[in-house]
Design a protein around this ligand. Structure first.
Ligand code: UDP
Length: 364
């Protein structure tokens, strides 16, 4: 009997674990000899950043919730480390599966490896080279102690090979976030609320912003929003505001009738809006993957990306964090002259099945 512990902590993790959990459930239904435990670290804990995703993506109740949310990076890392070590000592698995690049990914891989439990990193190997982002540190540390790398791109494979990782530990399987996107697309739904009733398909923009480099300085946040407003021809802009961004945004007192600040949306509602948008302006990593597969123009307000395939084969362009650079990109979207999605290898909706096949072969 193989026992796997799956870790999820923050919003972008939930879409990545859902298909893995479903593939485990399918294996169990087929009589395979495996068990899994789902552990929520509590890094994101409010309903709009966590609970709603469990409901919409049909993720079962976690077996444990570590309540590790709140506080600084260090406080959060420490709280999750301590609580997850205890969890592992009480329920020792054969393997811990972490996904993505959040604080929980880092803390849980360290706790597991120190107890000499194998670690699998789903979305391993990607790098932006930008250590000013906590996510890059999380990726580097996690990958330095990972046993099995489940990768989303050839670029990730190359990064791992360059770092000396043996070929048999690199499993190029694709992207579980895209499994979720493809599985849920038929269920996408228009959000409730008057603003959404007035949106015409391809006649509005969606934006998200939550990286410290973009939202922590009020002046630069304001300059970027002004540039967005100036470049989008008065079309409605829907901006679901991440909790991290909310406070600074309130202080700016922006008053533009076509900019609609809304609460974070459910997955089905957010991606309904993205799918039908004229363009998306974001600093999120996951959103650049989803826009690519849905063939929606996307501009990224960052100087670098760990997901270069979304630029080479997808619909993403890097604009940087200087508002002055935005206009030519928005002009192109407005003129309908954007590149199209060319297909990214193995982003086909079957990644989680491939992951579970590998794990069964190694552990079950
Ligand atoms: N998302 C969502 N509702 C929102 C904004 C984003 O469901 O209001 C989803 C989005 O579709 C993607 C994920 O959240 O699947 C991205 O999360 P986030 O931007 O927090 O993380 P990142 O990808 O930047 O690590």
């Amino acid at each position: 009997m193989a026992i796997f512990t799956v870790v999820a902590g923050a919003r972008p993790n939930f879409m990545k674990i859902a298909p893995i959990i479903h593939a485990f459930q399918k294996s169990q239904a087929e009589g395979k000899n495996l068990q899994f435990r789902l552990v929520h670290t509590g890094q994101h804990y409010d309903k709009k950043m966590s609970g709603d995703f469990f409901e919409q993506l049909n993720i079962p109740e976690p077996n444990a919730n570590l309540g590790g949310g709140g506080g600084t990076q260090a406080e959060q890392t420490a709280a999750i480390l301590v609580a997850f070590e205890k969890e592992l000592m009480e329920n020792r698995p054969d393997l811990v599966i972490v996904v993505g690049d959040v604080t929980s990914t880092l803390a849980c891989s360290i706790a597991a490896k120190k107890l000499q439990i194998d670690v699998a990193h789903v979305e391993g190997g990607i790098r932006s080279g930008d250590l000013s982002m906590p996510e890059e540190i999380n990726r580097m540390v996690t990958d330095s102690i990972t046993d099995h790398f489940f990768t989303t791109s050839e670029i990730a494979n190359t990064n791992l090979r360059k770092a000396g990782v043996a070929e048999e530990r690199i499993h190029f399987v694709g992207n579980t976030m895209i499994d979720t996107l493809m599985a849920q697309m038929p269920r996408f739904k228009k959000p409730e609320g008057e603003i959404f009733d007035h949106l015409e398909p391809k006649e509005y923009f969606v934006m998200t912003m939550h990286r410290p480099a973009n939202v922590d300085q009020e002046n630069s946040l304001k300059a970027m929003i002004d540039a967005i407003l100036a470049g989008t021809g008065g079309l409605p802009i829907i901006f679901p505001v991440h909790p991290r961004t909310a406070k600074n945004l309130q202080n700016l007192g922006i008053n533009a009738p076509n900019l609609h600040l809304v609460e974070p949306l459910g997955y089905l509602e957010f991606n309904y809006l993205v799918k039908n948008a004229k363009g998306v302006i974001t600093d999120s990593g996951g959103v650049t993957e989803e826009t690519s597969v849905m063939n929606v123009p996307c501009v990224t307000l960052r100087d670098n990306t760990e997901r270069a395939e979304t630029i080479h084969l997808g619909t993403n362009e890097l604009v940087g964090t200087d508002p002055k650079k935005l206009k030519p990109f928005l002009d192109k979207i407005m003129a309908g002259e954007w590149k199209h999605y060319q297909g990214i290898p193995l982003w086909d909706g079957k990644t989680a099945e491939r992951i579970v096949d590998v794990l069964e072969a190694q552990y079950a």
